[in-house]
Design a protein around this ligand. Sequence first.
Ligand code: HEM
Length: 456
Amino acid sequence: MKVLPAAPSIPRPPGPKSQFPLLGVFPRFRKDPPNFLLQMARQHGDLVHLRLANQHAYIVSHPDAIRDVLVTHQSNFRKSRILERARVLLGEGLLTSEGEFHTRQRRLVQPAFHRDRLIRYADDMVNCAVRAREQLQPGEQDVWHAMTHLTLAIVGRTLFSADISSDANQIGGALTEIFSLFDTLLMPFSEWLMKLPLPAMRKFERARDQLDRVVYGLIADRRASREDKGDLLSMLLLAQDTDGEGGGDGSGMSDKQVRDEALTLLLAGHETTANALSWCWYLLGQNPDAEARFHAEIDTVLAGKTPAFDDVPRLPFTTGVFAESLRLYPPAWAVGRKALADYKIGDYVLPAGSIVLTSPFVVHRDPRWFPEPEKFDPERWHEVEAEQRPKFSYFPFGGGTRVCIGERFAWAEGVLVLATLAQKWRFRSVPDHPVVAQAVITLRPKYGIKMNAQLR
Ligand code: HEM
C-alpha cells in the first residue's frame, strides 16, 4: 500500500473534501458510482480530484483530455485496479492482460472480428433472434433476462459454434453471484480481503468453478472432435498446436490461456450487449413517438423480410436507438487507468500511481455535446450532427489500443436483434416495476426490466 503524503506538495485540481481520514470520499462514491462521478464533474469541472481511500483519483471529463489518456499518451497508463482485480476471474485474457503479452494475444484474436467473419456471424445473430422472436409469448417478461439468454446464445453460436443455451441459467446465476461481489472488489484493501476464507469468497469460487466447467467443456468437446470449425475456439486451439506464438517458448498457449481468452470473450461478448439491448426496449417503451419511427423504418426498409448484415447501414434510426441506449446507459460506465509516470493535464500534474477515471456515463450526459442530455433522441445520430461533436464526447467502447475488440460485432448485433424482434413485438413497461440502473462491473438494471410483450 502506498502511504499518502501528510500534506499535498503539489496543487491539486478542485474536488470534494475527504469525509473520513482513511476512506476519503469512498463511502459516497460506493453508494452510486456513476451518479457520484456525474455530480462531481458538474460541481467541479473537467478535471476533479478525489481521494478514494488510499488512492488519489482524477475524473477526466473533457473529450480532448480523454483522447490523450486513452489514445495519444496511452503508453503512460495501464488498466486500473478493478480490471486488475478481475484477474481472479479472467486470468490473463484480453481484457485484463497488459503490455507485449496483450499485444500478441490481441493480434491472435483479431481475425475472429474481421469484416468477412462479421458477415457470417450476422446470419447466426439473426437466426438466434428469429428463434427468440418465435418462442416469445405475449404478456409479462423480464426483457433483461430474455436479452441475456439471447446474447449468450449468439456469442456461443458465433465464436464457439456451440449451442450454449442449456448452460444459460448456470452462466447467468454464476455471473450474478460474481457481480454481487463487485462491492468487495472496489473496497480498499480488497487484495487482502480476497485472500480470506470469507463466505463471499467461497461463493465466488463456486461461481468461477461453474463458469470453468462450461468453458473447459467447450474446449474438451472441440479437442475430441479434432475439427477446425474456423471459429474463435479453433483459432485459439490451433495457435496452441502449431505456431507457438502464444506461450512465448514455442509451445503455444497453455490450456489455462485458452480458457482465459474464451471466458473473457464469452462474458465480455454477451453481458454488455444484453444490457444495451434491454435499455433499448425500456427507452422505446417510454418514448412512443420514437418507437413509432423505429417501427416505420423497419417496416419500410425490410418490408417483412428477415434482416441481414447489408441491411444494417439501411437502418439509421434503429442504429440511433442503439446509440442512444449506449449514450444514456453505457454498459462500461467508466474506463479507468493508472498513471505509470507523472502526467500533466492543463496546469496540473497527476502523480505517478494516480487513478484516472474517464466515464462515458458522465461525458454522454454533458449538455455541451448533447443538448437536453436526458432526452432519448435517436435523431442525434444523424450523420451531420454526429460529426460536429468531438470524438471522445461519445466513447461507449473505450479507445486506443484497448478499444473494445467486439465493437463492430456489437453494433451489428444490436441493430439486427432490435429489427428482428420488433418485426413482431413491442414492449410496454409494467406499472410499479422499479427500473434502476446499478453500477456493478457493467451498468445493469438492478431488478431486471419487466415489460409486457404485445404483438404488433
Ligand atoms: C454494447 C456492447 C459492448 C460495450 C459497451 C463494450 C465496451 C467495452 C469497453 C469500454 C472496453 C474497453 C475497456 C478498457 O479500455 O478498459 C471493451 C473491451 C473489450 N471488449 Fe467490449 N464492449 C461491448 C461488446 C463486446 C463484444 C460483443 C465483445 C466480444 C464478442 C467484447 C469483447 C471485449 C474485449 C475482449 C475487450 C478487451 C479488449 C482489449 O483490451 O484488447 N465486447 N469493451
